[in-house]
Design a protein around this ligand. Structure first.
Ligand code: MSP
Length: 521
């Protein structure tokens, strides 16, 4: 059976409800999943929540709740947020799911029986918010650079994973692009960063804790529990049935779906996904992920948006202002996918007006208005019609596809914006309102072209703005489907509807307050 396209987001910590940083990764994975499904590629999209460890235990204690009750509550908030954001995941995993625990025990037992786990004393500085050990060189003013909090001193007997043993193999698999099992890290600078660090050396890591009850017990020594990151990474295989068949065998689903095609995440957790996780897989004789893509951070006034710092915007706040589809669009069009970028509601409003209200929304509304006004919604293909404007649009369609394949999601949207700008300029140049008086044959051609472009825009927007795309599609009365239009792209496809109607105002203009001097605050 054919392997599905398997894509994951990180599983998010349940110390607090989601913010738009988490939403960013999840919407991006959703766009890529929808894009694959539109091309009839079977897709498995995984997301979920990371629920063990000291940080979650502390958060539950602060709220005077039992850890599991607290996890249920916050995990539910993630599920709710993803429902609101129209996220089409196939599975939502929780690390407190019993089937996950079973898989973790099998994975760790294998590492143990392969001789990759040993016991030793460990001393180090631990950042509870990162849930990781920091080296003295990582600190800024004696504090974690991300969370600005002082790390705790840890000194205990732990189990260690022989990470160092896999250094050379990892360097080879990451750097040799011709290797049949090449492990691709994108963007390029992230790959170089990982290779640079690997070349400096690699130390074994502690993978257990002595006194942390809110975690999965070590299968071969129940006096210790498994380090939360090791537990969490295994979700990528447990979710698809690793160790969940009869007598702890792997399910068929697992054999069919692994390796994952894309692990999507931000650069904060690159090391875990590009070094620790692949080494764990090598130690377990499992193939490595095909690709890890790390995007950048949303920052507010230059500081990473984070629950701990408290400078967050919640997805519901964005939806309240812009609606679901426009929020998805604005998040992914904010800045290049892969780089960091500062965001603000004011900047989102400007973008919303420029791209959605004044460009795409305006195009849909003026084209459908004219089609109903001059042709009563029945716009037949003109007899002398040729797809000449499509020659000009083809490069934009190709750029769309190419950017999607390379995960340049902001550029994908830029190419949709470019198609819409092209159509608006075309309408301005041709002035159908004058043609209505002077040349009705040409009027029909211009409107047919315009409506065709509207049809393509709906299809191209569909992975990003599924409901808006559907609304546009309905106004066109199309007999074709969005998926078949996408699959035939960039070939030209005529209009198939015969009763074009005017849509509701898709993207009403956003009032932008100005200060007394008339500037936007
Ligand atoms: N639980 C771990 C991941 C385990 S995966 C096996 C974790 N959780 S987290 O809740 O902290 O989520 C981190 C991820 O959330 C980032 O990698 C990124 O995908 C997303 N983001 C969190 N803050 C973000 C920004 N400020 N900007 C962009 N993405 C952000 O780490």
């Amino acid at each position: 059976m054919k392997k599905p396209f398997y894509i994951t987001t990180p599983i998010y910590y349940v110390n607090d409800a989601p913010h738009i940083g988490h939403t960013y990764t999840t919407v991006a994975a959703d766009v890529l999943s929808r894009w694959a499904r539109l091309r009839s590629i079977e897709t498995f999209f995984l997301t979920g929540t990371d629920e063990h460890g000291g940080k979650i235990l502390e958060a539950a204690k602060e709220k005077h709740k039992e850890p599991k009750d607290y996890c249920d509550e916050i995990s539910g908030k993630y599920a709710q947020a993803w429902e609101q954001m129209d996220i089409s995941y196939d599975r939502f995993i929780r690390t407190t799911d019993p089937h996950h625990q079973l898989a973790v025990e099998k994975f760790i037992s294998n590492l143990h029986s392969n001789g990759d786990i040993y016991k030793s004393k460990y001393e180090g500085l631990y950042c509870l918010q990162c849930e990781k050990f920091l080296s003295p060189g990582d600190l800024q003013d004696n504090a974690c650079p991300d969370h600005k909090t002082a790390p705790e001193k840890h000194c205990e007997e732990n189990y260690f994973f022989k990470l160092s043993k896999y250094r050379e193999q990892l360097v080879e698999l990451i750097s040799n692009k011709n290797h049949p099992k090449h492990f691709e890290i994108l963007p390029e600078e992230r790959r170089n960063e990982i290779l640079g660090k690997l070349k400096l050396g690699l130390e074994d890591i502690s993978i257990s804790r002595e006194n942390l009850p809110w975690a999965i017990p070590m299968p071969f020594d129940r006096s210790q529990t498994i380090y939360v990151w090791i537990d969490a990474l295994i979700n990528y295989v447990s979710a698809i049935g690793y160790g969940n068949g009869p007598e702890n065998t792997d399910t068929e689903e697992f054999t069919r779906a692994w390796p994952v095609d894309i692990h999507l995440l931000a650069k904060d957790i690159l090391w875990f996904h590009c070094v620790i996780w692949p080494a764990m897989l090598l130690a377990n004789n499992l193939p490595l992920p095909k690709r890890v893509f790390a995007h950048g951070f949303f920052t507010i006034n230059g500081q990473k948006m984070s629950k701990t710092i408290g400078n967050i915007i919640k997805p519901a706040e964005l939806v309240e202002i812009f609606g679901v589809d426009a929020s998805r669009f604005l998040l992914l069009n904010a800045f290049p996918f892969g780089a960091d970028g500062d965001i603000s509601i004011a900047a989102f409003k400007e973008k919303y007006n420029a791209h959605l209200a004044n460009n795409i929304g305006n195009l849909v509304s003026r084209a459908t208005n004219m089609a109903t006004k001059y042709y009563n919604g029945t716009l037949a293909k003109p007899s002398c019609w040729e797809p000449s404007v499509f020659d000009e649009l083809k490069p934009m369609f190709l750029k769309y596809e190419n950017s999607m394949e390379n995960l340049k999601l902001n550029e994908v949207l830029d190419s949709v914006i470019a198609v819409s700008s092209f159509a608006n300029q075309y309408i301005d140049r041709q002035a159908p309102w004058n043609l209505a008086k002077t040349d009705t044959a040409k009027l029909q051609v211009v409107l047919y072209d315009s409506m065709m472009i509207v049809k393509y825009i709906a299809a191209l927007l569909s992975p990003f703005m599924p409901s808006a795309a559907e609304k546009i599609w309905k106004t066109l009365d199309e007999k074709d489907t969005i998926a078949s239009t996408i699959q035939k792209m960039p070939a030209f496809m005529p209009l198939t509807g015969s009763a074009i109607t005017k849509p509701e105002n898709l993207f009403p203009k956003m009032p932008i307050p100005t200060d007394e001097a008339g500037r936007h605050p």
